[in-house]
Design a protein around this ligand. Structure first.
Ligand SMILES: [Zn+2]
Length: 358
């Protein structure tokens, strides 16, 4: 059996005679071929990030990328006189991507060899391969969601956000308020589900059950009147964070059973998990139902247990728990909470569906 192919998450481009025709320092009026331009746009629309590693003087090279109208597509640019392998390594570090997810395109065999020698997991491609690049399997992600198409803008917004955070002296709550965070919680639609599935796969740290719900599992529950599949999205004044959370809740008159709660690690510092739990407690209080949450400890989801405890869930015994079907796994614990109304969040604006009145 063949190993599944690892999808490329970032393409690192050389400039002279690779991205553009000609050598900038030799005074050429460099141009970008149509097929290269199209490759840049298509990679971007597939959610594959792009960066530059070039031996050039930084400012004139970057100014030329801007003049050619493509600078915005590159999230990192290492333009200077160090070895290419060092540039590619720095790009992978900044993006927090494994070397096996990086592709390097360069017309010079010696440059590709130098990168391959120091970074054997990075896949390198000669400039002649650019016309066929888009049809290679490693450049074709299995799913392209709304969020993956926006991946570059989300990354760039995050860079601006971090720069602002680093230059901000006030307390962190004040900083959070300055972001003008907005969270929306709504009933998931069929169209949301592929983003939701991607999220439950990518958020092992924040997945309280450690159980993976597939697209098909969640889709089957969309029309079930007893189940609520909830989608959480966030934005701030820098832009959208995309889908950041998913919750699966079975409601009943006596007890609401939270079967899945996963939130993206990208928004942990914004208190996203705590905000969702607080809202849920408030909704359950309005409905007069107790809350029970499944929790299966894994090596990586301790932070989620902290969020549950902080929200007020305990191991206390309650008759409502006995009425629930047994958990699928012996390792699943059931945390309990008797809800009381909760105040609205102080650091973000929440816009949420009402569960208790339907
Ligand atoms: Zn109870």
């Amino acid at each position: 059996m063949n190993e599944p192919i690892t999808t490329v998450k970032c393409v690192v481009w050389d400039l002279d005679n690779t991205l553009w025709k000609g050598t900038l320092l030799e005074g050429d009026d460099v141009v970008i071929d149509d097929h290269v331009h199209e490759t840049i746009l298509k990679l971007d629309s597939r959610g594959i990030l792009q960066a530059v590693a070039s031996k050039n003087d930084h400012d004139p090279a970057w100014e030329r990328l801007e003049a050619l109208g493509v600078a915005e597509y590159f999230v990192v640019a290492k333009i200077g006189w160090g070895p290419k392998s060092a540039s590619v390594r720095e790009i992978a570090d900044e993006l927090k991507f494994a070397h096996g997810t990086i592709a390097f395109v360069d017309d010079q065999p010696a440059e590709r060899a130098e990168v391959e020698f120091h970074l054997p997991e990075v896949r390198s491609y000669p400039a002649e391969s650019i016309p066929g690049l888009l049809s290679l399997p490693e450049f074709n992600p299995a799913t392209v969601t709304v969020d993956s198409r926006r991946r570059r803008q989300m990354y760039q917004a995050n860079v601006r956000r971090q720069a602002e955070q680093e230059s901000f002296d006030g307390p962190s709550e004040e900083f959070l308020r300055s972001l003008e965070l907005v969270m929306e919680i709504g009933r998931a639609t069929a169209g949301d589900l592929s983003r939701m599935e991607e999220l439950t796969l990518r958020t092992s740290q924040m997945n309280a059950t450690g159980v993976h719900y597939s697209d098909a599992d969640l889709r089957a529950l969309l029309d079930d009147p007893r189940h609520e599949v909830l989608a959480v999205t966030m934005s701030d004044r820098f832009g959208s964070h995309g889908a950041v959370g998913v919750a699966l809740l079975e409601t009943g008159p006596e007890v609401w059973h939270l079967k899945l709660l996963a939130t993206s690690c990208r928004v942990v510092s914004f208190g996203a998990g705590a905000t969702v739990l607080n809202w849920l407690v408030d909704e359950a209080a309005s409905a007069g139902a107790h809350l029970v949450a499944d929790f299966r400890p894994t090596a990586r989801n301790r932070i989620m247990e902290v969020a549950y405890r902080f929200a007020g869930f305990t191991d206390e015994h309650c008759a409502c728990v006995a009425g629930l079907p047994s958990p699928d796994s012996g390792e699943t614990r059931r945390l309990h909470l008797t809800p009381a109304p909760r105040p609205a969040p102080g650091t973000l604006r929440l816009s949420a569906v009402r569960l208790s009145t339907t």
